[in-house]
Design a protein around this ligand. Sequence first.
Ligand code: DGJ
Length: 290
Amino acid sequence: MKNGTLWTDTDGKGIQAHGGCILEHEGTYYWYGENKDTETQNRRVDFVGFSCYSSRDLIRWENHGLVLSSVREEGHDLSPASVGERPTVLYNAKTGKFVMWFHQDSADYTRARVGLAVSDSPAGPFLYQGSQRPGNHDSRDMAAFIDENGKAYLFCSSDWNATMRIWELDGTYTCLTGNGKEILIDQAREAPAVFFQDGKYFMVSSGCTGWKPNTMLFAAADSMFGSWRLIDDPCTGPNARTTFGAQSAAVFQAKGQWYLLLDHWNPDNLRESGYSILPVICRDGSLTIP
Ligand code: DGJ
């Protein structure tokens, strides 16, 4: 698994889990992401669905196929003509359900909603529940996050990506409570990934340049609805200013260490887009990606 390349699964096929997330459940890692295994036209692919892969070592990935598939029905949220990006799966320990939130959109990105699908098992299938505009606000790139106390939140790039909004989820993780907060106002960040360490909330995010890599920044806050401040670029070394040619997808923990999953987008052939996993060092309230 060379960082920056398209990794292969245990069948030797390219892993189709772009814009993804990694969830650990009972000792197994589940990687969910966008299946882009179709023709790229004008820097877009038809919506195929979301795939799931599992691994016990983060190296050998077994394909579980599409856990939410496109629906061949004109006007449907999941139709091939739509956009489905950045699925994030949360396990709800109280209900025993796996809850997937994702960016649901139209091909021109004007629909700008969050979609929801739920499953009884980590490897799906996920049942589609519908989409909404959180608090009537547009929502594009997004992340979902479970706090130490079990409360969950969505982080959504909003106001045409100018501002980010946090939305609180209810105890089932399937409904928005209506509580929310605008953060990073007019900072134009997308591709958020959130985690908590040593009493601080951290978010890495990218700037907004389409498929083109830009500078990652991290933000931190002392409480979820507290004041989030953009701090610095955590990346170091050659190509740090372009996030090593990649964009953040999700942060996950493995054996006590934080890691960042990234996408190396290939806008002319999106199914060939590569991946990286890099360690995230969190020390004295600051982040470094060596
Ligand atoms: C940047 C986003 O982070 C991606 O998920 C995707 O929506 C592209 N823009 C589309 O240009």
